[in-house]
Write a protein of this length. Structure first.
Length: 314
């Protein structure tokens, strides 16, 4: 992700209880959360993915894109999407996973698994993929780039959207997309750049997805970026359980908190919340298609949720 201020903005305050926030005021016009991790449990209570979806539905969140970060969570994401009409899936190997898989000689095998999942009807995106140079040093960059390029090709072969994870790698991500050729529908998940980078992304016809960080006081660059890009490029997400919006920053995030981020975006844009929700819902359906097709598979098997902190997005 972006600069030092952005990184500091994600840290959980030491005195903040790890409890899920209360339900916000419901939206009049529904919207979608286009990037969430339902499998990751965080907080004092265990919140099953069905409960998260029920809470989201009650406040006007029509559906979510459930995002895998490795082969296991990608399979689970595809299975849940196959049985749950409020869920579409994105599948990928996260860039931070690629160097270790390459070292173990498993990257190609796992990429083949992602390709297999990409053919399932309610898998609508390849992601999250991209580059992350915050945690990975020079020795892991080649594997990340190779993995990213492979994911781009999978997305294009299957006619799927691409969800970009971009952390401390703005220039390099664009270089790869320009060299390989970006899919028709490319989304910068949890957009973290400044206004200049936002303009570059928008000029290429790519989408910018804003998360709860747009509500953080010390990340003015995101609000500046939001103000200058065409509204036809805007999406909204939680990246739950991370990046919980103000006033609940530091507590676990969930798709039902999308209304807080959407209302903050409407304030920045000086527009009506319902008008913005309608616009973003339309944009989201252009990227991922419709949610309301019938489930196609039997229920997924058991999956043990990950117990990870909510303070720092992957």
């Amino acid at each position: 992700m972006g600069d030092d201020a952005f990184l500091r903005a994600r840290e959980r305050p030491a005195d903040q209880p790890a409890e899920y926030p209360p339900l916000p005021e419901a939206l009049v016009v529904p919207v979608y959360d286009n990037h969430t991790h339902l499998e990751i449990q965080d907080g004092l209570e265990s919140l099953d993915y069905r409960e998260q979806l029920d809470r989201a539905s009650s406040v006007g969140v029509r559906g979510v894109v459930q995002v895998g970060t490795d082969l296991e969570t990608s399979r689970w994401s595809a299975d849940v999407a196959a049985r749950e009409p409020r869920v579409l899936a994105a599948v990928a190997i996260h860039p931070n996973e690629a160097p270790e898989l390459e070292r173990r000689g498993l990257l190609d095998e796992h990429l083949a698994g992602i390709e297999e999942l990409a053919s399932r009807p309610r898998v609508r995106a390849i992601g999250e993929t991209g580059l992350d140079f915050y945690r990975t040093g020079e020795d892991g960059r080649e594997a990340q780039i190779r993995s990213f390029e492979a994911h781009i090709e999978i997305a294009k072969r299957h006619g799927l959207a691409l969800q970009i994870h971009d952390r401390d790698a703005h220039r390099e991500v664009v270089e790869v997309l320009d060299r390989v050729g970006a899919p028709e529908r490319t989304v910068f998940h949890c957009f973290s750049g400044d206004a200049a980078f936002a303009q570059l992304v928008a000029e290429r016809g790519w989408y910018l997805s804003f998360a709860g960080t747009v509500t953080f006081k010390n990340v003015q660059q995101l609000r500046d970026a939001l103000e200058i890009v065409p509204r036809s490029t805007l999406l909204v997400e939680t990246d739950a359980p991370y990046l919980t919006p103000v006033p609940f920053r530091g507590r676990p995030n969930s798709a039902y908190l999308i209304p807080l981020t959407l209302r903050a975006m409407a304030d920045v844009l000086h527009t009506d919340v319902s008008m913005l929700a309608a616009l973003i819902s339309s944009n989201t359906e252009l990227v991922y298609g419709q949610w309301d097709s019938d489930p196609v598979d039997p229920p997924p098997g058991p999956f043990e949720p990950h117990d990870e902190p909510s303070g720092d997005a992957r």
